[in-house]
Design a protein around this ligand. Sequence first.
Ligand code: URP
Ligand code: ZN
Ligand code: ZN
Length: 466
Amino acid sequence: MKLLIKNGLVVNADRSEYADVLIEDTVIREVAPNLGAGPDYRTLGAKGLMVIPGGIDPHTHLEMPTPVTRTADGFDNGGRAALSGGTTMVIDFINPKYGQSYLEACDICMERAAKATCHYSYHATVTWFDEQAAKELRVLAEERGVNSFKHFTTYKGSLMLEPEQMLASFALARELGALCTVHAENDEIITYMQRKLLDKGITQPRGHVLSRPPIAEGEATYHAIALAKIAGAPIYIVHMSCEDALHAVIRAQATGQEVYAESLCGHLLLDESVYFNDDPEIAARYVMSPPFRSAEHREALWQGLADGHIRVIGSDNCTFTQAQRNLGLDDFTKIPNGAPGLEDRMRIVFSEGVAKGRITPEQFVAVTSTNAAKIYNIHPRKGVIAPGADADLVLWDPKKQHTVSAKTHRHAIDYSIFEGMTFTGSPVMTILSGDVVFENDRVTAQPGQGQFIPRPPRQRIPPCHS
Ligand code: URP
Ligand code: ZN
Ligand code: ZN
């Protein structure tokens, strides 16, 4: 496909300029004012629109099995949700069961994603760690382009990794040029609080937020950062939701430690009061970890984003239908954890961030695309509008309003946690590897059109002996 995008405002993370964009095959060839092209090009008028790099959502759980169920969104409809919201690539997770081969789990995930409609890549969740695990993780990083390892400090008995194993995994990651990511919540605090609340008869969804206080997240964040410092490995904190954790990140960054923080679109928008809805079915829809927090924490996140301490906004898209949520109506600890966000992530950041004057359009591009591309080592192939980059772009109308409804969204769930909210700023067209895949409010990407994007190792650092 040959495309010429005319008269748009090209917004990259470092600058904005009025320019035309020439696309041939799957790649951006030229970015300059007053470009011309032959009759075999489709010309797209972008006057009044921003032309931005396709969004990269580095935190999704599509079609993910859990101990009792699996997430509702798959790589086909999830990809369509992504594309309609301006996201062209996701990074999902390979989650081996305890002791399961990492390579076998990777094969299963690749098969599952064969029907993807947007581009994708994977992190590997380190659910067990020994010599064999280390061998297989090495193969993932060196041969399969899976070079980020996720670690859980909670969910003992399923996903949690003990601290000594986490430290060993961090040390391996350093050597492989893989990035360590961490879900940071203190398991002992949560388990203790859950028990106490259930003993008192608090079984409703509100128990979820009551059992996961900000200090549990702050402590685990500080702990994980300390382990990364000792291992000499860069670290990336996923879904950071509160000021307590942000303080740990800022303190470490101030010492020069390579620490990245990601927050979620939901945490920038929603209030903890959602868990106190009188209808437990509605309250259950918001159960995710860490939970949504109070206004004070939200404002701290916005400040952290504006100041550059938080580098990435993801969605942590992890969807469950109402029926799946209802599995835990009698016991909040049994409600499957997770929330949608893939479709609305970029709209939320733009509407709440740029339209409200909290961040600039360039910062919007940085936190929804470019920074993830840099941190996950696919920049400048992705995350930038420049000659030679992949032609994943979005024509974004900064004034277009979009009202969220479960009746029209592309998520495979029967409600939305953003139901009825109107956001300012929305895509009018999404281009995936040079093909127009979203226009006139229709997604035309076909299953299999999304490609696996292998990520080369980051800088390798010799083993740390200090
Ligand atoms: O509650 C959440 N965030 N569910 C998704 C899995 C995870 O912890 O990231
Ligand atoms: Zn998590
Ligand atoms: Zn997640």
